[in-house]
Design a protein around this ligand. Sequence first.
Ligand code: CDP
Length: 240
Amino acid sequence: MGGRRWQRDDVSEMAHRIVAIDGPAASGKTTLARRLAQHFQLEFLDTGLLYRAVARRLIEAGQRFEDAAAAEAAARAITLAELDPAKLRSEAISQGASRVAVIPAVRAALLELQRTLGRVGRGAVLVGRDIGTVVRPDATHKIYVTASVEERATRRFKELQARGVPAIYEQVLAELCQRDARDRSRAVAPLVPADDAFILDSSNRDADATFEIARAIVAAAPRGQPGTAAGPTPIRQEQP
Ligand code: CDP
């Protein structure tokens, strides 16, 4: 099958890869990143779960998200074992995550954990907001996944419905806008595409079509190495 052939060729010919996937909330970046990691047999880290786990610790301890000292202590105590997506999905945790994410000491505390991944072995796919800009500016491949805010709200709304969580579309949209605004405007590591990221708009594409574009990018030689144009992968802003 075509799919199997790709998989074997992609993996057998591959040099070490660090793949940075960034983008706003509900852009489909995590699904895409997980699939890339599986396809290329790379380690995988959803860095959003780190910020979510910090928020969860604060909620459980009855502490405020704005309490920088408590948030930093929570960030320093996080272990990979507590990054269970099923326990970190609530809206309170989503909003809390983006509020603790503005605290520089929290970001600094989580940095090393993110940087150790993929140092040895084949490499890793990291997904988040600042992977290509701050965590791994040296990533071999950078993709910034985006979609219109209405499309993202529709996806998140359907996802909630599928999980049996009562949801109102307008509220989901408002919460996404609020979180995007906070993520884009913060002073440290704001949500912004890296200069050398490929901008992948998933608005009018399904998961398979989005994956196919990303797969081809990651299968290509690392940025600046033989097999690609010299220098970083140029930004290709897609037509809407
Ligand atoms: O899955 P979704 O896109 O809704 O959110 P997430 O990736 O789990 O991230 C939750 C929050 O954590 C975001 O709104 C950001 O404020 C923060 N975050 C961050 O600041 N930096 C990262 N690398 C990842 C997440």
